[in-house]
Design a protein around this ligand. Structure first.
Ligand SMILES: [Zn+2]
Length: 146
């Protein structure tokens, strides 16, 4: 009996993959922002999207890369790289005037809504966060049509 040739078959499973919600909504927003920006250019493809993510946002970079890969399929962003640069936390103290980095121990990656308490490393007072709490699209690398 001859071997039949191997058939590669796509099997429909119909199970939704649970994505981490928070990162997904951020990635959706960032993709919308990038696509809007792309309207200004005659882009044929996108090479990379560079993102700055503050350490206080508690966004998981791996989850974001994963969400990006899935959500960019069948769009101009498919195949592009999401490059994430982490932004350190900086604070300003209203009491002693300290401005700069603060020690942040981080939180559990699933505890998105946990609010860390930051205090001034010099005098221990409550501080205002001046950097590290935002997520922003820094730049995009595109290939333009001739
Ligand atoms: Zn202080």
């Amino acid at each position: 009996m001859a071997f039949s040739s191997q058939i590669t078959r796509a099997v429909y499973i119909g199970r939704k993959i649970l994505l981490p919600m928070h990162e997904v909504s951020v990635v959706a927003d960032l993709m919308a922002a990038v696509k809007k920006e792309l309207e200004k250019y005659d882009a044929v493809s996108v090479k990379a999207v560079i993102l700055t993510v503050g350490k206080l946002t508690n966004l998981g970079t791996e989850q974001m890369e994963f969400a990006y890969e899935i959500m960019s399929k069948d769009s101009i962003l498919e195949g592009s790289m999401l490059m994430i640069e982490e932004e350190d936390i900086k604070v300003a103290c209203g009491k002693c005037g300290y401005e700069g980095p603060v020690n942040y121990m981080g939180t559990d990656e699933y505890a998105h809504y946990q609010i860390p308490v930051l205090s001034c490393p010099k005098c221990g007072s409550a501080v205002t966060v001046t950097a590290g709490k935002t997520c922003c699209v820094r730049s995009i690398e595109i290939e333009e049509a001739d």
